[in-house]
Design a protein around this ligand. Structure first.
Ligand SMILES: Nc1ncnc2c1ncn2[C@@H]1O[C@H](COP(=O)(O)OP(=O)(O)O)[C@@H](O)[C@H]1O
Ligand SMILES: [Mg+2]
Length: 249
């Protein structure tokens, strides 16, 4: 087999907040052109996991490499697009100004930034509102703008934390069409979700519960583990089977 560089390799991630251990030795591997879904109930540690991978949270154990480089690494951040669960936008700037600002942070020229910004804003149907200040945006509009901020600069690695919360079903389809297109271009995508029909669209899923991965496989593999054969059933079954052990929640 030809040499193959894994895009993201996280080994044995441990993260504690005070006395609470939120991640207890989590391994994650994502390859080029792969969409990894991180599933789990609220409080399972999904956001903490992606922040540990990105290096915005300090690890208490384990290692993360992205494209063979030990994280955190400032230079690599230019190649990574991150959509946080909480929108981090500038209220007093317009949508377009926000996007151009983020693009310039990633080292793009103003001209290239503006060009790409327009097509991304069109993609998420914000082009007509691009000159409105973000303070006047609805929650869904902010989510859409945050997605464009993650995608600008054409990053190799895209990390999306609950990207479709507050997004209507039509636009959600459109988002996923875009994720699939980026995947075909060889980008690596991590997406956290608790929406089952989204989980279905991932190549591989990890189910997080009480700080550990309790299932890891393709959507079909996870479905095959239950009699009903739906992802929802797999999710509930494994949560019931393994969840009570820790006595958390
Ligand atoms: N900065 C923090 N300080 C203390 N506890 C935190 C912090 N961030 C997250 N937690 C705790 O870590 C656990 C996992 O949170 P989170 O990663 O946000 O879960 P999820 O994204 O799956 O809903 C929760 O119990 C949460 O309260
Ligand atoms: Mg979260």
């Amino acid at each position: 087999m030809e040499q193959f560089v894994q895009t993201i390799t996280a080994k044995g991630i441990v993260k504690r907040f005070g006395s609470e251990e939120v991640l207890s030795g989590v391994n994650v591997a994502v390859q080029p052109g792969e969409i990894l879904g991180v599933l789990g109930p609220s409080g399972a540690g999904k956001t903490t996991l992606v922040k540990c991978i990105l290096g915005t949270l300090k690890l208490d154990g384990g290692t993360v490499e992205i494209q063979g480089t030990h994280m955190p690494n400032l230079r690599l951040m230019d190649r990574i697009g991150y959509m946080a669960q909480q929108d981090a936008l500038y209220d007093d700037l317009t949508g377009l100004q926000n996007l151009v600002f983020f693009a310039q942070l990633k080292g793009m020229s103003k001209r290239a930034a503006a060009e790409q910004a327009h097509s991304l804003l069109k993609l998420v149907e914000l082009d007509r509102d691009e000159n409105k200040k973000v303070v006047n945006y609805s929650g869904g509009m902010k989510r859409r703008l945050s997605l464009t901020a993650a995608l600008i600069g054409d990053p190799d690695v895209i990390v999306l934390d609950e990207p479709t919360v507050g997004i209507d079903p039509v636009l959600r389809e459109l988002f996923w069409d875009e994720f699939k297109r980026l995947q075909r271009l060889g980008r690596s995508i991590i997406v956290t979700t608790h929406v089952m029909d989204e989980a279905e669209k991932c190549d591989r899923l990890i189910l997080l519960r009480s700080g550990s991965i309790i299932e890891d496989g393709t959507p079909n593999e996870l479905k095959a583990k239950t009699e009903i054969g739906t992802l929802e059933a797999a999710y509930i079954t494994s949560a019931k089977r393994r969840g009570e052990e820790g006595g958390k929640q």
